[in-house]
Design a protein around this ligand. Sequence first.
Ligand code: FAD
Length: 335
Amino acid sequence: MIEYNYPLLRHNSFGLDVVAERFFGYSTDSELKDYLRYEYDSSTRMLHIGGGNNLLFTGDFSGTILHSSIKYISIESETDDNVFVRVGAGVLFDDFCRQAVECNWGGVENLSLIPSQVGAAAIQNIGAYGAEAKDTIVEVDAIEIATCKRRTFGVQECKYGYRSSIFKTALEGQFVVLSVLFRLDKHPRPNIEYAALRDFFDCGYTPNIEEVRDAVVSIRQSKLPDPKRLGNAGSFFKNPYCSRADFELLRRQYDDMPHYDVSDDLVKIPAAYLIEKCGLKGKRIGNVGVYDRQPLVIVNYGGATPREIVALADEIRQSVNRKFGIDLMPEVIYV
Ligand SMILES: Cc1cc2nc3c(=O)[nH]c(=O)nc-3n(C[C@H](O)[C@H](O)[C@H](O)COP(=O)(O)OP(=O)(O)OC[C@H]3O[C@@H](n4cnc5c(N)ncnc54)[C@H](O)[C@@H]3O)c2cc1C
């Protein structure tokens, strides 16, 4: 069923009251195929969305929104050490994490509670607490929008990088993900290398993956606003890269500036630090604001318009640029 003037309020985590000209939701591969075969028109704008947790609709959407409800989790094969699990693109990633942990299959427990559909997780290469989706992805099954041809991308072909893949670069907007094949570990080795997780557990204690999942959920809930209560799209900006020489100059002025070494010449600076130093943490303008517990998050206190969010994001970028000469780039996708 194609629906017209479809409200997207429930389909974007900012909670923006915008409308799509057309909306097509499907729950099987063949429904999508039929739609593309008979309705696809290259002159019409088309966007496939997941849960809308990384999208900023800047207004009503003129064109067609596609949305997957392909929901299954099935074992494809097993070895002594691994289980290969195929997951439909419309499954909530956290439902998959929960089920994997219940079966004591390791690999995705550190990614617990990231709001994402499985298809989007493979597009975005979601990551948290020292793990990324690409670490467990074996292949991505997709369909090319223009030709309706199916193609399987091995993990190398996906060209994964930091929150990036070939589906966000060379092949942007050209494929719809149908399912993802994951390799999980039957003899899990919990990964608590990430500082926040190390600190959570007593020194010397080795948790099982259920305890790791519980820890990740609890840390996330204490730091990030729940989009169901306070509209947001997680980290609004990427952490900027900076040459080591520029960083040393900045550090003469700001001796507490944190950084991560990326290479001999390159460092990454937490955007949250830069925003906080501009005095913007907790700042509220009308219906929008900078979250008081995590300045990287822009929140909708209720009834915000896209324009208000864009204006606040612009103000943050300008303030950081004026103070530090650094241009923050958005992590959320402007639509
Ligand atoms: C509170 C909060 C916390 C977050 N924390 C994290 C975090 O820790 N780590 C992290 O990596 N991200 C995080 N995010 C960002 C977000 O969860 C991820 O970007 C996630 O992958 C978005 O999933 P989604 O299903 O909502 O996809 P959407 O936001 O709807 O779409 C994201 C992209 O995927 C494309 N897409 C979606 N489904 C398909 C499909 N089936 N086929 C083709 N293209 C598709 C869309 O076109 C778009 O380009 C957070 C967001 C929030 C709101």
